[in-house]
Design a protein. Structure first.
Lengths: 118, 112
């Protein structure tokens, strides 16, 4: 596709349910990032992937959060036993490999998945 | 950890210049960025500056970088109502691939 695609765009769920958010990066982008944006807040880093491996998981808020990436492409962010404080917009971004010539490190963002936990 | 800080809010009149300021902490950042987020949308790169530059101009946008003070600014000339958005400053961490650390965002409101 032309850009980073995220689904669902909106998700309303009940407290305690599990949710899965999907990110389809730009074709050829080896790096993929998940950020969280709470209402009126900045961007909180969650996790990033280089290929299928996640060198940095330090931003995941709790063990209820997990993410995986398969085939060096699509990634899913899973939140188990959702809580109201998980309500936020979850943004995914992708970028070229840091070592690619001419790479300025720009992240290309999707439009986000808005999660509301009732 | 690293912190990128911005003021929360800026209000200007249409036609005036806007200046959005940012301070960062990682002196080894290779690039610094300004992203724009319009309501209900994801972030889009507005401009960036390489760390060995002091200034970059791109049409109505001027980026100034003071490495000594770790201060970055974005000036928008002749601000238009369409410039109303949230502007995020970001730095790349030298040891974390392309991962960016973002500031909290500055909400720019342009009054007609």
């Amino acid at each position: 596709g032309a850009g980073v695609s995220q689904s669902p765009s909106n998700k309303v769920t009940e407290k305690g349910k599990d949710v899965e958010l999907r990110c389809d990066p730009i074709s050829g982008h080896t790096a993929l990032y998940w950020y969280r944006q709470s209402l009126g807040q900045g961007l909180e880093f969650l996790i990033y992937f280089q290929g299928n491996s996640a060198p940095d998981k330090s931003g995941l808020p709790s063990d209820r959060f997990s993410a995986e990436r398969t085939g060096g492409s699509v990634s899913t962010l899973t939140i188990q036993r959702t809580q109201q404080e998980d309500s936020a917009v979850y943004l995914c971004a992708s970028s070229l490999n840091e070592k690619d010539r001419g790479n300025t490190g720009e992240l290309f963002f999707g439009e986000g998945s808005r999660l509301t936990v009732l | 950890g690293e912190d990128v800080e911005q003021s929360l809010f800026l209000s200007v009149r249409e036609g005036d210049s806007s200046v959005i300021n940012c301070t960062y902490t990682d002196s080894s950042s290779t690039y610094l960025y300004w992203y724009k987020q319009e309501p209900g949308a994801g972030l889009q790169l507005l401009t960036y500056i390489f760390s060995n530059m002091d200034m970059k101009q791109d049409q109505r946008l001027t980026v100034l970088l003071n490495k000594k003070d770790k201060h970055l600014s974005l000036r928008i000339a002749d601000t238009q109502t369409g410039d109303s958005a949230i502007y995020f400053c970001a730095e790349s961490l030298s040891d974390a691939g392309n991962m960016l650390t973002f500031g909290g965002g500055t909400r720019l409101m342009v009054k007609p």
